[in-house]
Design a protein around this ligand. Sequence first.
Ligand code: HSE
Length: 306
Amino acid sequence: MKKVKIYSPATIANLVCGFDILGMALNHPQDEMELILSDEPGIRIKHTDGYNLPAAVEKNVAGAALLAFLDEYEEKIGFDLTINKIIKPGSGLGSSAASSAGAVVAANHLLNNFFSREDLVRFAMNGEKLASGVKHADNIAPCIYGGVTLIRSIFPLDLVSLTAPPLYVTIIHPQIEVKTSDARQILRKEVQLRDAVKQWGNIAGLVTGLLKSDYDLISRSLEDVIVEPIRSILIPGFDQVKKQSKEAGALGGGISGSGPSVFMLSKEETISNNIEQLMKDIYNKIGMEYHTHVTTINYEGVKIIG
Ligand code: HSE
């Protein structure tokens, strides 16, 4: 019996100004999955977590990704998938991407890497389509490639892995659920030219800052004038978290993916720990349940562990 166990990391999509085109993989939290290659055609999915996610293949994001995978594979085979979800669905930390990406990386490993990593991103995007209504790769690509990824285009796929200097990431995850599909629905379909110009400047600045390890440029570029002003309304305490984190030395930050998690980047671990404490204080005052994480960039992506 051929089987594989993997870890699949959480990711931060958008990285503030790069809506749908930038993403970063994290060392924590990560989902655990086990995939068994079977002679019996079809896909069978089991969850060992308590999230009540659908087990029906076509309704499950990992199932949708594996269906796309099998569709292009030459032989009739099957898979038995067990998912232990650690990344809470609807957190804004790439939970659906971790399932879809993890499943196809595991499947490919069992088939001696028959497909390219780019193919895997393409398959896994079917899971994102199921979860949010549209294909986007800003969680999937960093989840599979690790590090920070630029998605220059999805049709056709054009992915660029970016180098990045060491960064600490502090995350607060308010215990409310924001559905990506809803968070996309509320966005304006038109953008003012002056806002677009600002955003272009920030995206180019952020990418250059990452490549040159220029922390000041990264900090100046972590600004989103298009999406954040609308989505942040859904997140209690957002403005306060952002303002106080910056005062405490954060380079900057914003909404993680489509929220409700909020992340802040720092150059030093002590600063990121202080930010975690101030985030907790703010949410304790608000009286809302939360989880926090302090983590770093994951350079490996989905990891085979056995
Ligand atoms: N780029 C997507 C969005 C990420 O912001 O809607 C969703 O995780």
